[in-house]
Design a protein around this ligand. Sequence first.
Ligand SMILES: *Cc1c(COP(=O)(O)O)cnc(C)c1O
Length: 397
Amino acid sequence: MGSKALQNFLNENLNELKSKGLYNEINVLESANGPIIKIKGKDLINLSSNNYLGLANNPRMVEASIKATNQYGVGAGAVRTINGTLKIHEELEKKLAEFKHTEAAIAFQSGFNCNAGAIQAVMNKKDAILSDELNHASIIDGCRLSGAKTIRYKHNDMEDLRAKAKEARESGLYGKLMVITDGVFSMDGDVVNLPELIKVAEEFDLITYVDDAHGSGVMGEGAGTVKHFGLSDKVDFQIGTLSKAIGVVGGYVAGSKDLIDWLKVRARPFLFSTSLTPAAAGAVIEALNIMTESSELVDKVWENGRYLKKGLKDLGFNIGHSETPITPCIIGEEKLTQQFSSRLLEEGVYAKSIVFPTVPMGTGRVRNMPTAAHTKEMLDEALAIYEKVGKELGVIK
Ligand SMILES: *Cc1c(COP(=O)(O)O)cnc(C)c1O
């Protein structure tokens, strides 16, 4: 049955991954993705979600999504440009623009789709894109789709960016130049040096594009990394996701009215893929209400981040140089890192290991994502388990 060539391809590659221990077995959650999750009947302290503000199962948002479903149904029925633009989508985009302090915003079905659509709407094969070497996979794909030349610069190294921007400009080979960066880099929790990046952009007339998937809801009192630096009027494209701190699903681009008008006629996932469900749009609007009413959740995720960092550092772990609540615990060798993560799981902490090729060889880490929903007791218990496993495996004394 089916193609032999395909079967051979699958057998060969699946066997290779499995024999090397690289095949990722997916864990299935039997609960909401909150601070405690249930896997195979066992309750675990969850330090691996992107649910930074604990909004993924917020009761007010659940209510709002039910209300939107009752009013508009379960599906939008068409792509945005045919007749799948519901009043609730318009409301959502207006709120997103207010939240990001921009003239306008456009919502997509995911953050991934933003990068798949927005870059190629503006850049083409005559152009060049300067891209941080640690940018997210969806940015890399978005750059490829545009056909522009991608020029990688060293991670967050503004001197390297300046040199490469100068070279690209002076070569005369390219039309438009763009610089793309993550706002917060999720593997180390470090933040883009945006003030310096903007200086380089102004010097060489670069279009600026900041994907703030991990910064929105966390940095800048929730409004993101660009707002944190007070540079909202200097960045052309601000990308955000609605699936991390916002806790639902979807993505958006915030920028000038002209830019958003253009994306509405040129961004392919907007034109050729059905719009966000009414439930998702309703839940996100309520999330934005919650975030504007009070800074409580943002304050809490930072407080929990500081607490976890201090705890791990005091125990003697290497926690890298994170500037956000994201807390890597660097173990080093790949096998040991995976063993560390498995032992944490057996003891009751869910914290995923991240190893080469996602991070450089020899810098394997267990990455911890504390959220606003964690209590001190949960973090204390996680720290006690870290201490036990760390001593057992000789990572700390
Ligand atoms: C997670 C992430 C995305 C993808 O967002 P989704 O809404 O989950 O598709 C895009 N860019 C960056 C930098 C991310 O971290």
